[in-house]
Design a protein around this ligand. Structure first.
Ligand code: SF4
Length: 302
């Protein structure tokens, strides 16, 4: 039996939290990203520091940059002020990423929503990461403070559509939850983007056999996941190469650059209506991956 590390306290894992200050954001960066209209947009990504995510997905080490306690009131608007003061003022899109889920009330206090909305009102689009099970009235409570002209996009960690591996990630969700969240978001006029693993770990909560699947099979499920999110009406998907440091042995390996390039080029052929990106974490993407990232789909959805 492959053990899922859901019961291992963070303190007993091989990685530790970095020093954390609720009054300071983790980072703020300016990048360019292809927008839904096929034009390159100036995108400001803010990495906010807040209460650790209550989900404990096996492949995730984002908790290293989080607080142990609930985020104090006023800390997030203050962090946004600091982050924006370090960036040029002509940003078009803002990503508020918080190493967790924006609509987790202990991470981002709802009493701060109005102040947060005021600070980002100049942008044409906001992208918020969120768990499918937290896509409900909480989102509406925040977005009513935003200007009507501002597009809202929810970034969901879909990870993989393989039902056994998805369960093995310990993400506490099923594909039905993703479908339901997507329909709900579309019903309220929000766009949805996906994070997908390249390649998902092959963990099963029931059997060891899943730890022995071939590279071909893993590739195939990554590509099927791309196909599925496009069919569901996602407007963008980001493939994220697996970092296996936290996984049970034998259930996943870090893909090589060649493997990433091959899979992304195949995924691009499938994603003919949806923007497809690859995010190589701290690694500088190769020339070929940068070109693939900037390449619009053949038929944009809008
Ligand atoms: S929900 Fe997201 S942030 Fe939370 S543990 Fe899972 S992958 Fe990490």
């Amino acid at each position: 039996m492959v053990h899922v590390n859901q019961t291992i306290p963070r303190s007993e894992r091989p990685l530790y939290k970095s020093v954390s200050n609720a009054r300071k954001p983790i980072a703020a960066i300016r990048e360019e990203e292809l927008g839904p209209d096929g034009q390159l947009k100036k995108v400001d990504t803010l990495f906010l520091n807040n209460k650790e995510c209550p989900f404990q997905c096996v492949m995730c080490d984002l908790w290293k940059h989080t607080l142990d306690e609930a985020t104090p009131l006023g800390a997030i608007p203050h962090q946004i002020d600091i982050a924006l003061s370090t960036l040029p003022s002509d940003g078009q899109v803002i990503k508020l990423y918080n190493s967790g889920n924006f609509f987790d009330a202990k991470a981002i206090p709802p009493k701060d929503y109005e102040e947060i909305a005021k600070r980002i009102a100049k942008y044409e689009r906001v992208i918020l990461e969120n768990h499918p099970k937290l896509c409900d009235n909480r989102v509406l409570t925040f977005t009513r403070y935003l200007p009507d002209s501002m597009a809202v996009e929810l970034a969901l960690g879909v990870e993989t559509i393989h039902p056994i591996w998805l369960e093995g990630l310990n993400k506490s969700m099923t594909l039905d939850d993703v479908e339901q969240a997507t329909h709900w978001a579309h019903g309220h006029g929000y766009d949805v983007r996906a994070f997908l693993l390249l390649h998902a770990p092959t963990i099963s909560k029931e059997s060891d056999d899943q730890a022995k699947v071939s590279l071909e099979t893993m590739r195939s499920w990554t590509l099927r996941s791309v196909e599925w999110v496009q069919k569901m009406g996602f407007t963008a998907a980001t493939l994220i190469p697996l970092r296996p440091e936290l996984l049970p042995e034998g259930t996943g390996t870090a893909p090589s650059v060649v493997e990433i390039e091959w899979t992304v080029s195949q995924a691009k052929k499938i994603a003919d209506r949806m923007r497809l990106f690859v995010d190589c974490w701290d690694l500088e993407p190769s020339e070929s991956l940068s070109r693939l990232n900037a390449e619009p789909p053949r038929n944009l959805t809008r």
